[in-house]
Design a protein around this ligand. Structure first.
Ligand code: A2P
Length: 335
């Protein structure tokens, strides 16, 4: 049965992807309502060959809406999700507003689809870096029980929105043109030809020296995997890549698992594509993963510094599996 769907943040990096994925997966949309800020009201966007006009988000935007997909930042979600629920919609929220609330399910369909049923009007979509990591690690956790995770991320600028993509492109062009007068608006330092060990770019570091993105990876992983005993530490880094996050992940397991066993396991895991042929220089890369649905895993090696350790390289499209696709997979399960 077709339903009325609203997209909050339709003009953003994830919003545009929502539209494309609803279309390509033939999600049963009866009416589509595209919502954004006042600045974008009147803008035209296409869905299934039809032109839609973007409307300004207000508390009255959700009348008749069954599914509301939110990706306009945490403060917008906090303010407007309650209005959407009041109107009878179920919200899938891509922001961090409700992720750690006890009564809000935090879901990756390949990992904990059973949690969807526990919702009270909102289901949280996890952080992009967390999603791709747990899709790859859950099958290993199920057979060998992961005790500890050490992860370093290499995150693309699109994770910080369209303005960040624009800043990287313009700064790169400016540097290549030999100019040194580029005015940064978003990143605290040069992002072109550089890597920044600070995500998000706007937040100060927490007292323990970590960033909120790093804590999201720690806390969300435990909640999604349903195991608070896993010890996790993360370093999240912004790199001058347009799309797809890459991750170097080291795990220590309770039970010994070999490289061959990990490969065999991941080769048959839903949502994972194994790309691990070092002899032929085959391993996951951001330009390859861009626009694709799966989480790509390669460079699988034993960690020879401990008895039961494995290293992996995990790459996925942060706007798709890391955001819009995961949210739409949740919505599909809701229907
Ligand atoms: P707008 O384009 O009108 O600013 P991104 O993550 O790429 O930066 O996109 C953020 C999304 O959130 C955009 O669609 C943006 O709309 C939307 N947004 C930002 N502020 C508001 C607001 N106050 N009300 C509704 N939507 C907003």
């Amino acid at each position: 049965m077709a339903v009325n769907v609203a997209i909050v943040g339709a003009t953003g990096a994830v919003g545009e992807e929502f539209i494309r994925i609803l279309e390509s997966r033939k999600f049963p949309v009866k009416e589509l309502r595209l919502l954004a800020s006042k600045r974008s009201a009147g803008k035209k966007m296409r869905f299934c060959g039809v032109e839609y006009t973007v409307q300004e988000l207000t508390r009255h935007s959700f009348q008749g809406i069954k599914i509301a997909l939110f990706s306009a930042g945490s403060s917008i979600s906090k303010e407007y999700v309650p209005y959407a629920i009041e109107s009878g919609a179920v919200c899938v929220d891509n922001s961090s507003a409700f992720r750690m609330d006890d009564d809000v399910p935090l879901v990756v369909p390949e990992v904990n689809p059973q949690d969807i049923a526990k919702h009270h009007g909102v289901i949280a979509n996890p952080n992009c870096s967390t999603i791709q990591m747990v899709v790859a690690l859950k099958p290993i956790h199920d057979v060998a029980k992961i005790k500890r995770i050490v992860v370093s991320t290499y995150q693309s600028v699109s994770g910080a929105g369209l303005k960040a993509v624009d800043e990287l492109q313009r700064e790169t062009a400016s540097i290549l043109a030999g100019k040194n007068d580029f005015q940064r608006k978003l990143f605290p330092h040069q992002i072109a030809f550089n890597v920044l060990p600070q995500i998000p770019q706007s937040n100060a570091f927490l007292q323990n020296g970590y960033t909120s993105e790093e804590l999201k990876m720690v806390n969300e992983t435990k909640k999604i995997m349903g195991d608070h005993s896993i010890r996790i530490t993360a370093t999240t880094v912004r790199v001058p890549v347009l799309r797809c996050h890459s991750e170097s992940v080291n795990i220590e397991t309770e039970k010994k698992i070999t490289v061959a066993e990990v490969r065999k396991l991941l080769a048959k895991s839903p949502g994972v594509t194994l790309m691990d042929d070092p002899a032929n220089q085959v391993y996951p890369l951001a330009p390859f993963a861009a626009g694709k649905d799966d989480v790509f895993v390669g460079r699988i090696r034993e960690d020879e510094s401990i008895d039961k350790g494995i290293n992996l390289w995990i790459v996925s499209d942060n706007l798709r599996k890391g955001a819009a696709l995961n949210a739409i997979q949740i919505a599909e399960k809701l229907l």
